[in-house]
Design a protein around this ligand. Sequence first.
Ligand SMILES: *[C@@H]1O[C@H](CO)[C@@H](O)[C@H](O)[C@H]1NC(C)=O
Ligand SMILES: *[C@@H]1O[C@H](CO)[C@@H](O)[C@H](O)[C@H]1NC(C)=O
Ligand SMILES: *[C@@H]1O[C@H](CO)[C@@H](O)[C@H](O)[C@H]1NC(C)=O
Ligand SMILES: *[C@@H]1O[C@H](CO)[C@@H](O)[C@H](O)[C@H]1NC(C)=O
Ligand SMILES: *[C@@H]1O[C@H](CO)[C@@H](O)[C@H](O)[C@H]1NC(C)=O
Ligand SMILES: *[C@@H]1O[C@H](CO)[C@@H](O)[C@H](O)[C@H]1NC(C)=O
Ligand SMILES: *[C@@H]1O[C@H](CO)[C@@H](O)[C@H](O)[C@H]1NC(C)=O
Length: 429
Amino acid sequence: MRTLAVAPWGRLLLAGCWLVAVGTVAGTKVLPPPSNLNYTFIQICTLNWTWNPPENVSSSCELEYSSDVVIDEVPQDIRAWSKSRFRVTDTFLNAETSFRVRSECKYDNGSEPSRWVEASLPPKGIPGTAAVDLSCVWHNLEYMVCTWRPGENASGDTNYMLFYWFDGLKNHQKCSNYSVHQGTFGCSFNLSFPKVTSTYPAISILIRGDSEEIRPVCASKNPTTLVKPATPRHITLSKVNDEIRVEWSESDTFPENCLVYEVECHTGDLDTAWRIKVKNNYTSIPSIDPKSKYNFKVRAKPDPTCYSSELCSDWSEEKSIGEKMDSTFYFALIITIPLVVAVSTIILLIYLKRLKILILPPIPDPREILKRMFGEQNDDFQSYARDDSVNTYDRLNKEEEIHSLILTETPESANSEKKNDKLCFTSDR
Ligand SMILES: *[C@@H]1O[C@H](CO)[C@@H](O)[C@H](O)[C@H]1NC(C)=O
Ligand SMILES: *[C@@H]1O[C@H](CO)[C@@H](O)[C@H](O)[C@H]1NC(C)=O
Ligand SMILES: *[C@@H]1O[C@H](CO)[C@@H](O)[C@H](O)[C@H]1NC(C)=O
Ligand SMILES: *[C@@H]1O[C@H](CO)[C@@H](O)[C@H](O)[C@H]1NC(C)=O
Ligand SMILES: *[C@@H]1O[C@H](CO)[C@@H](O)[C@H](O)[C@H]1NC(C)=O
Ligand SMILES: *[C@@H]1O[C@H](CO)[C@@H](O)[C@H](O)[C@H]1NC(C)=O
Ligand SMILES: *[C@@H]1O[C@H](CO)[C@@H](O)[C@H](O)[C@H]1NC(C)=O
């Protein structure tokens, strides 16, 4: 019953609406469009679009301008309504940027918006020569590093230049610290704001070539999404009451409580590593096994309440604490012990050889003795020679004796060797 009663009312309402709509269309006057739409660059990647007001607009019309940006014929749906006769927009330069504007009468049902007036900024240079894959990282709130690759149609010797600007900077700046690494270009520039700042301006980046043929490209970067903290340094480990305390130095460029830290701990086996998240620059871990060695490393992450960046710092160097000997230490031992033994053996052998020389008699020349005995005569040379050969024979014999003596003595300690040494000298004399 109820549905039947409602139905005619609904139909009536619809019909009424239709009548109103027809009436409006029939009685409207189409507004004249704005004129002289033009643009000027007010910054490297920023345009100021300006236009003149439409003529003959009735005083009852509260005039407003509706505008939008069209890139490569696709409306960007960044519609805006304003009373002022200009609009500032970003441009990307490597695609055709168009701007369209029309006049509208606010609150006036008696007039239709004007047609769109459009102006465009065609891209310069050869297609495919613009820098591609531009990405930037803001390191420790101190400096920004941007990297890019050359466009596929750019010649191999193309030199790209980077310019940057942000609201608050009077003039755009030229980046001067360039690098090239495996075909990837990079440039870094200082970027820091007072520590109290909590909102950061967008950074406009322009990359263009050194010739007109290279297509320039613009990008706007939100720095809070690009924050990468510095690697935590000065990791100190200490044992306090069966707990391991890990501490590291805080970055002094970040406002307080804007970093969180991730501490990774493992005991030798990397599979058993576990991670702890902390807000302070220290943490304590109960030492489960006092005989185990614990390894720690730390990295910093921007706190989501301060920065919407997902970039972590690099891991710090690994520090360790505990009893267990390092495998490298074992390795060193395995290498050094035989080495020490070998070297000492060689030294011992050399020493023994030297000893042998010492043992050899400092040959008391019998000729000299004879000379002294019989004056300066040396007629009976033959007998001396024979004497000499006898002497040599004796010497060889003696040497052999000493040799065997030394060989049996070798395994003894250095101390006894010294005694032996003395012994040899005395026996020789
Ligand atoms: C736009 O303005 C520039 C000067 O800023 C002028 O040279 C140019 O002719 C203007 N273009 C149009 C279409 O009015
Ligand atoms: C844009 O140009 C208009 C007209 O020249 C000027 O009044 C306005 O201040 C400019 N806007 C900016 C942000 O420079
Ligand atoms: C504006 O109105 C004047 C006279 O009222 C007329 O001469 C002129 O042609 C009109 N201009 C436009 C653009 O309609
Ligand atoms: C325009 O239409 C709205 C409803 O669509 C109405 O509230 C308003 O009074 C109308 N204004 C004029 C000037 O007719
Ligand atoms: C490079 O140049 C060729 C020939 O002019 C063109 O067809 C191609 O689209 C260009 N590459 C890019 C990425 O624009
Ligand atoms: C240039 O950049 C490199 C790496 O990005 C950096 O290590 C160096 O300190 C920078 N030099 C200057 C003068 O900024
Ligand atoms: C940890 O932070 C405190 C207070 O901010 C500071 O005094 C201390 O030196 C820091 N620790 C290290 C190892 O830098």
